[in-house]
Design a protein around this ligand. Structure first.
Ligand SMILES: Cc1cc2nc3c(=O)[nH]c(=O)nc-3n(C[C@H](O)[C@H](O)[C@H](O)COP(=O)(O)O)c2cc1C
Length: 213
């Protein structure tokens, strides 16, 4: 059945976003906005859409969780043998998108993705609960599996295997760092005249430009 959503309208009323309202450094500005999203009680404020494009040039998006910002890199964790992992190994350029409808804000980030160091990945892996550490072993992420029982059996198999032993990180699981070269802050405003400020790198300096909505 066909459906139309053109009656859905939202009147944006948040505060204006001008160059004088923002930090010169986009990471400071990002921290300000994500802290606001977290303190406003939004569900999954750190969830972001990650888009990647492999060598077949077909873009692919999925949600992942931002776990940390370190040395001006956005870090998330996943399975290196997943679909995204293969795409990233074929093409290191990717993008991230946060959308917080309650705040009428989106943040759009483009940059280069690399594997995080083994030390960073191991340190984070050890902060995860035992169940989640086993989960990383049990799921051959993005591969076809026969049924749900297959996963549950795998989980049980690794529970047994690691019973009484430290659960070490699978070698195909870890972090990725996205090093941005553009970060856009978008604030909804009335009558579709939204505010967009884009930070871009100019000779290693962050500059800010206003884009038309
Ligand atoms: C809110 C949300 C957060 C997610 N966070 C992660 C994550 O941090 N890492 C991850 O590998 N998958 C995460 N997933 C699952 C991914 O969206 C996706 O299904 C999985 O990574 C496989 O993607 P791929 O086949 O494109 O590699 C999350 C899903 C949702 C809805």
């Amino acid at each position: 059945m066909d459906k139309k959503y053109d009656k859905i309208r939202n009147d944006y009323r948040q505060n204006p976003l001008g160059k004088k309202d923002v930090h010169q450094n986009p990471f400071e500005q990002f921290n300000k906005w994500i802290d606001r999203a977290i303190s406003s009680g939004i569900k999954e404020p750190t969830a972001m859409s990650l888009s990647t494009v492999g060598k077949n040039l077909q873009p692919s998006s999925r949600m992942v969780l931002l776990k940390e910002i370190k040395d001006e890199n956005f870090i998330f964790y996943t399975n290196y043998d997943s679909r995204k992992g293969h795409q990233i190994s074929e093409n290191h350029y990717g993008s991230l998108l946060f959308y917080w409808p309650e705040l009428e804000r989106q943040i759009r980030i483009e940059g280069r993705i690399e594997k995080a160091s083994k030390e960073i990945s191991e340190e984070y892996y050890l902060t995860r609960s035992a169940k989640r550490r086993i989960g990383a072993w049990a799921s051959p992420q993005s591969q076809e599996i026969p049924n749900r029982k297959y996963l549950e059996d795998k989980q049980e198999e690794f529970n047994q295997k690691f019973s009484g032993n430290p659960i070490k990180k699978p070698s195909n699981w870890g972090g990725y760092t996205l090093t941005p070269y553009t970060i856009e802050f978008w604030q909804g405003r009335p009558n579709r005249l939204h505010d967009r400020l884009e930070y871009y790198l100019d000779d290693n300096d962050w500059k800010i430009r206003r884009l038309a909505p």
